[in-house]
Design a protein around this ligand. Structure first.
Ligand SMILES: *[C@@H]1O[C@H](CO)[C@@H](O)[C@H](O)[C@H]1NC(C)=O
Ligand SMILES: *[C@@H]1O[C@H](CO)[C@@H](O)[C@H](O)[C@H]1NC(C)=O
Ligand SMILES: *[C@@H]1O[C@H](CO)[C@@H](O)[C@H](O)[C@H]1NC(C)=O
Length: 480
């Protein structure tokens, strides 16, 4: 009997001790999100289609197409300027007009310029200086339309800008020879100064990248996104999965396995896209291998219209997996948060996110939280803050990413039940309020047509809530 009383007393004492020690921590709730298979467009990734800069037919229906196209390869025919010092103003105006149309349609672009779009040997000017001047002629456009330009394929050399059969090839009297290293390096250097330093140039083979940098070492995590020339160099393959050497893409002394290992490393942090080629259902382009290699090579974009029989052989389910997985596809897993916070108090916040796509997001953007009173019209009140997080780091290899933060609730916020919303708007202020350029997460029941995602609707803001508080009137991350 006596022992039991002592135990109860001790127990009561421990409870009161626990209360006084932990009373400052408001109770936390956890919510689990449901994943979604829905197909939708997302910026800077996915199936692409090709258009010449003078013929942007049917671009108004791309985003709503079955393949949810939001990215267009703009092909620029500069053959008329082969013998001119500069690209003509009419061509530059035509490019601007094409890019204006894409922006109006909520699309982004990849660009490629070439001196011939037919199989013609050595279509370029005979002076590399002229080629370089032509690239610099487009520099103002690259800056003016930086918001919608995702990357530029190097082009310039050879028919279709496919970087063979060029006047600057190792042999220029026959088709299909590769470009000489010195010419590659000069044109690469020119692109580095013609493009904004957040934008990359994509080379036709991994061999060319090794030649330009005179190194067999792929881009490292330490150098990624630092703005160095190597960090701004990606890869495209226009004979994707065609054969064991992808029709000459890998015919420079390395085995396919060696090439894929190199590509797999560099494309963790650099763009990779292209176009398929070959006989449908062959060893490399059949559905199972295509899925495997696209994941391994971190594929961001693929030409929807070529080669269709290959995609048809994948079946609807296979094609839809590509619609989902090209590039990044983010999914929310769980949110743990303080259910009750005082004005001026601290909201603890832990969000778990996963990228189930083939690749990272290579252009960064803000990750923004919104506290919203849930009212409409003039009664709606919101407080915004950017999280200190870079979504480029939400890589497929990172598995589940945990974003753990403390957020100061504004001291002058009105008491009541508030919602917490998440939005990833474009990084460029010009596109920041355009919902077509926000990123949509692959979850059910949380996406709003204004581009926000409802994380939770039940944060109770009450002066009676436990925890410390300040008089700061801002919603922001704090370190405590
Ligand atoms: C994002 O925007 C910031 C500020 O506007 C800018 O400094 C930065 O270069 C941009 N980053 C990218 C990848 O566009
Ligand atoms: C969030 O970041 C973007 C891009 O850097 C910037 O334009 C915007 O003003 C920031 N918003 C807030 C609330 O700090
Ligand atoms: C809270 O304070 C901020 C900063 O002083 C101010 O901008 C905001 O309008 C205030 N909000 C309310 C609801 O009083």
């Amino acid at each position: 009997m006596k022992n039991r009383q002592v135990t109860l007393l001790l127990f009561g004492y421990l409870i009161s001790l626990w209360h006084s020690t932990f009373a400052n921590e408001p109770a936390s709730a956890t919510k689990t999100f449901t994943s979604s298979q829905t197909l939708f467009a997302n910026p800077e990734r996915g199936w692409i289609t090709h258009r010449f800069s003078n013929d942007l037919y049917d671009v108004n229906s791309l985003r709503e197409s079955a393949e949810k196209v939001s990215l267009v390869l703009i092909k620029i025919d500069i053959s008329a300027y082969k013998n001119s010092v500069h690209i003509g103003q009419s061509k530059l105006n035509e490019i601007r007009s094409a890019l204006d149309t894409c922006r109006q349609q909520g699309l982004k672009v990849i660009m490629r310029s070439a001196y011939s779009w037919n199989l013609v040997l050595a279509p370029e000017p005979k002076s590399i200086e002229t080629v370089k001047t032509h690239i610099m002629d487009m520099k103002p456009i690259y800056y003016q339309y930086e918001d919608i330009i995702v990357a530029v394929e190097m082009g310039m050399f050879g028919p279709w800008g496919e970087m063979h059969s060029s006047y600057f090839s190792t042999t220029n009297t026959q088709l299909y020879y590769p470009i000489k290293t010195a010419a590659l390096q000069q044109v690469h250097t020119t692109y580095m100064s013609a493009l904004p330093n957040t934008r990359s140039v994509l080379l036709r083979t991994p061999y060319y990248i090794r030649q330009i940098f005179n190194s067999n070492t792929p881009l490292s995590s330490a150098e990624a996104y630092t703005g160095t020339p190597k960090a701004r160099t990606g890869y495209h393959n226009d004979a994707y999965l065609a054969s064991s050497d992808d029709e000459g893409t890998f015919s420079y002394g390395w085995s396919r396995a060696q090439e894929l290992a190199y590509i797999s490393q560099m494309t963790r942090y650099a763009f990779f896209g292209g176009e398929s080629f070959g006989t449908p259902n062959s060893a490399y382009n059949k559905a199972q291998n295509a899925m495997l290699e696209s994941k391994q090579q971190h594929m961001t974009y693929l030409h929807r219209d070529y080669y269709k029989p290959i995609y048809n052989a994948w079946g609807t389910a296979g094609k839809e997996e590509f619609t989902r997985k090209l590039g990044y596809r983010f999914q929310l897993k769980t949110l743990s948060y303080s259910k009750e916070v005082a004005p001026g108090g601290i909201l603890s916040f832990s969000l778990k996110v996963q990228n189930i796509g083939f690749s990272a997001m290579h252009l960064t953007r803000p990750v923004k939280l919104i506290l919203d009173n849930g009212k409409t019209g003039s009664a709606r009140i919101t407080y915004n803050t950017n999280l200190s997080v870079d979504p480029r780091n939400w890589t497929p290899e990172a598995n589940i990413i945990s974003i753990d933060r403390k957020l100061r609730i504004p001291a002058n916020i009105s008491q009541g039940v508030w919602q917490l919303l998440l939005i990833l708007p474009d990084n460029n202020t010009r596109l920041q309020s355009d919902v077509r350029y926000t990123v949509r997460f692959a979850n059910e029941n949380i996406w709003n047509t204004d581009g926000t995602h409802v994380l939770t609707k039940d944060i109770s803001i009450q002066a009676s809530a436990s925890g410390s508080r300040t008089k700061d009137n801002v919603f922001q991350e704090v370190t405590i």
